[in-house]
Design a protein around this ligand. Sequence first.
Ligand code: F6R
Length: 369
Amino acid sequence: EKGGYDYFMLKEIAEQPKAVADTLLGRIDAGGSLTLDELRISAAELREVDKVVIVACGTAFHAGLIAKYAIEHWTRIPCEVELASEFRYRDPILGARSLVIAISQSGETMDTLMALRHAREQGSKVLAICNTNGSTIPRESDAVLYTHAGPEVAVASTKAFLTQLVACYLVALYLGQVRGTKWGDEIGAVIRDLSHISGEVERVLETMEPVRELARSLADKNTVLFLGRHVGYPVALEGALKLKELAYMHAEGFAAGELKHGPIALIEPDLPVVVVVPSPRGRSVLHDKIVSNIQEIRARGARTIVIAEEGDEAVVPYADHLVRIPATPTLLQPLVATVPLQVFACELATARGNEVDQPRNLAKSVTVE
Ligand code: F6R
């Protein structure tokens, strides 16, 4: 049942191109429009939405953080993202025009379920993004968009995360479509790129051997830091979470701009720091800023592991290890940038002799609050 792989996690990482393609299947028509008829919230209701609130836990929360960038940029609707376990305890401001999106692979996470119940009590519509047919969260929601990752067995979420991102992009684009947001060339290009993205994920998977080798060489380290900006920031958080849960190492993700406000004090000789670099073509200001961050940490002795787009030459002089990812539109980069971090964590955990599919103290679905 592991399909020739040693671990379910390896199998599920390898299944990501298919999971992404399956989640897009039938949802983008030949003309490049989105058809999400399965969404049981009417176009009229979606036009009324004045705020989007995303609730989720763990890896699904990281998908939500990325979704915020896409929703606000493509639809101009304000979007908040909150840990489901915090949400209902702070008396959040919700109403009939708030659209609450609950993201959950299992559909059984108690924190997320309680958050969505709270939202419905306030009269808000809840849309579930879920991977498990007929599970509790979609059953209790007003609408559901299923991710088609297939069953995820390994405790650490991988393919579910990529498909959650795809579902979030689809919802964001659909909201823009039904609301008639003025779409320039950018959106058309994004939809085109999204429909080819599973091939790009496949290409990343084909080039992972050096990442595995690097991970094995770091097996005796205690700490790894992750830096990113814009959508690369949640990717950094996800990379750190994977390493904590699988390798039992101290791993932390930071927004690279925060480095100078504290975390730079952690930099010491030979500390591995993974940096997710935004495209030099998109928000080039951010790209240049992150290149100076890499310079700064390297000057303090950090071992820099740089994840950067193909053709980005500016990072080359400062990268101790360079991991190339295909060029994508800025907002889609997490779909390719996360993959090396999953492989990295999985391989490091194996090198440390840990049980990859069943990390200590963790359960696949967390049905207690
Ligand atoms: C991390 C991981 C967890 C889950 C979280 C939410 O690899 O698996 O952080 O993402 O417990 O679970 P779901 O998505 O089932 O609600």
